[in-house]
Design a binder for this molecule. Structure first.
Ligand code: MG
Length: 256
């Protein structure tokens, strides 16, 4: 039976604007063996088109928008399953809003069903106040992903988790967060591929998101050492991946 692949991107395919050695070979191997696959990211700002273009600019060709799942898409899939054609107040970028539109949600500032929060580089006090009052009035509090910071050129910048923390502090309510490490995101990805978790492998560079999320979703897991995790860091976790590779160039999914 052919194995399906769900693969993280940052630290696996690229680091910042640099391609990781072996990534091009790996993608070609996925395509030439007809391996069902999805690239999965907690990034909720970029659309699948943005991501495809980014990979093309790094020299990876042959992908379509169907090959990507973002935390914004997963959040929209989750919310649609919870409630048809609901209303939401959104803090986040165009990527998130377009995914919510696609599943039939409408944006509203008057008693919305949900307050949905992603990273927003234009976040301000007025949005914070609105979100707090809506949640106080009963709107359900949803986050796309828990990442506190994003490493960018010149240092770290606050990400979705930081904005969620501000709203949580003001409301006393905890958000439900869809992105990694929530195994829900991996489950939505395997469903999108039409495969069973038993038959899928999660590839990533982080023990506390990719590997734990894949494991809890019932998938095989493969850690690559091309990102943030060293063998020493890996050894500190109470769980381990099924496989460890230096980089994705070493991985032949159909041989796992
Ligand atoms: Mg990563």
């Amino acid at each position: 039976m052919i194995k399906s692949v769900i693969c993280d991107m940052d630290g696996v395919i690229y680091r910042g604007k640099q391609l990781i050695p072996g990534a091009t070979d790996f993608v070609q191997r996925l395509l030439s063996t007809n391996t069902p696959f999805l690239f999965l990211t907690n990034n909720a700002e970029q659309t699948p088109l943005d991501l495809r273009l980014k990979l093309e600019s790094l020299g990876i060709h042959g992908l379509t928008e169907e090959n990507f799942i973002t935390a914004a898409m997963a959040t929209a899939m989750f919310l649609k399953a919870q409630k048809e054609s609901a209303t939401a107040y959104v803090i986040g970028g165009g990527g998130l809003m377009s995914e919510l539109y696609k599943v039939g949600f409408s944006l509203s500032e008057s008693n919305p069903d949900y307050v949905v929060v992603a990273k927003s580089t234009s976040f301000n006090f007025d949005q914070l106040k609105k979100a707090v009052r809506m949640i106080d009035a009963g709107a359900k509090f949803i986050g796309t992903n828990p990442d506190m910071i994003d490493p960018v050129e010149g240092g770290n910048e606050p990400a979705a988790g930081t904005i969620l923390a501000a709203i949580a502090a003001a409301t006393g309510k905890k958000p439900y967060i869809v992105g990694k490490p929530n195994a829900l995101m991996m489950t939505l990805a395997t469903r999108k591929l039409g495969t069973h978790p038993d038959n899928a492998v999660m590839i990533g560079d982080r023990m506390d998101t990719d590997i734990v999320g894949g494991m809890e979703a019932g998938m095989k897991t493969a850690l690559v050492l091309s990102g943030v995790t060293t063998p020493e860091i890996m050894a500190h976790f109470p769980y381990k991946p099924d496989y460890v590779f230096n980089n994705v160039g070493e991985i032949d999914p159909q041989a796992l």
